[in-house]
Write a protein that binds this ligand. Structure first.
Ligand code: ZN
Ligand code: ZN
Ligand code: ZN
Length: 284
């Protein structure tokens, strides 16, 4: 499995769209791995995770063929993870030549509702009819082509909302956890983790940077992520082959790439950056 981070920033990006704080200025000056666009990842060529407003930028930056994307997983309906208007220019006259004209979308009912509210007056029938929606509930497992996908509940957003994080397994058994935006995991999610085989990649919500999320907030910081990593090793979801990766960063977390690396490396963790690519091979 090829797994690529396309965007690794929180909602406002880093440097943030409208901000001139110290950390935004430092990131802009340093450039490189400190420039973080809104969160998105791609598995091989055909499975996209989230659809942020920076999707088009990611296509340009990474030279992606997004016409080949057959499966779209949406974690939740915050704007940095789902910008539904983009789907109104998919298919029909807007992209007459596509490898995969049909798209299967997996998300919560709430996410589909946002699509209807934002796009219904704009999308034409041909584009709409090429989208096939699969509404998930927490702990549902579905088959998206060659991928087995389980939606796990996130501790993020408010009462009545349905944010998910995803466990994705390919045909060869390569196992990836994309855990944004998660907050601290519920006991049932820990139970799920403890029943699974060791993962190949676990991507962890590090939005708060140097500040802990106190197990109650909708995001985590480095102190929480280090605690999570220890516990994942204890229960066997992470072992010495697992890439444990800090991801989804904000200027409000203050830590630039090198500072994050200095905190992650001694604990055997890695730090994401836009464009970071991992080739994950089966343990079989
Ligand atoms: Zn986010
Ligand atoms: Zn800022
Ligand atoms: Zn969010």
């Amino acid at each position: 499995m090829k797994f690529q981070y396309l965007g690794t920033g929180a909602a406002e990006g880093w440097p943030a769209v409208f901000c001139q704080c110290t950390y935004c200025k430092e990131a802009a000056a340093a450039g490189g791995k400190n420039i973080r666009t809104r969160s998105q990842a791609i598995v091989n060529r055909d499975l996209l995770i989230d659809l942020p407003p920076d999707t088009y930028l990611h296509k340009l930056q990474q030279g992606l063929d997004l016409s080949a994307v057959r499966y779209l997983l949406v974690t939740h309906c915050h704007m940095d993870h789902f910008f539904p208007q983009e789907l109104s220019i998919r298919g029909s006259v807007f992209s007459p030549v596509m490898e995969s004209p049909e798209m299967e979308i997996y998300c919560a009912a709430q996410t589909k509702e946002l699509f209807e509210r934002c796009v219904s007056g704009e999308i034409n029938d041909q584009s709409r009819n090429a989208l096939h929606w699969h509404i998930l509930r927490a702990f549902d497992t579905v088959h998206a082509g060659p991928y087995t996908v389980t939606a796990l509940p996130a501790h993020h957003m408010g009462p009545g909302d349905e944010p998910f994080v995803y466990h994705i397994v390919d045909e060869t058994g390569v196992s990836v956890y994309y855990l944004h935006d998660s907050g601290w995991y519920a006991p049932e999610v820990w139970d799920y983790f403890s029943q699974q085989k060791p993962a190949d990649l676990i991507s962890l919500d590090t939005t708060n940077g140097e500040r802990a999320g106190s197990h109650t907030e909708g995001h985590m910081g480095v102190p929480d992520v280090l605690e999570v990593a220890d516990r994942l090793r204890e229960i066997g979801l992470a072992d010495d082959r697992t890439h444990l990766i800090m991801n989804h960063f904000s200027h409000n977390g203050h830590l630039l790439y090198e500072e994050l690396e200095a905190r992650a490396r001694p604990h055997g963790l890695e730090v994401s950056y836009d464009g970071m690519t991992l080739e994950l091979t089966s343990r079989k």
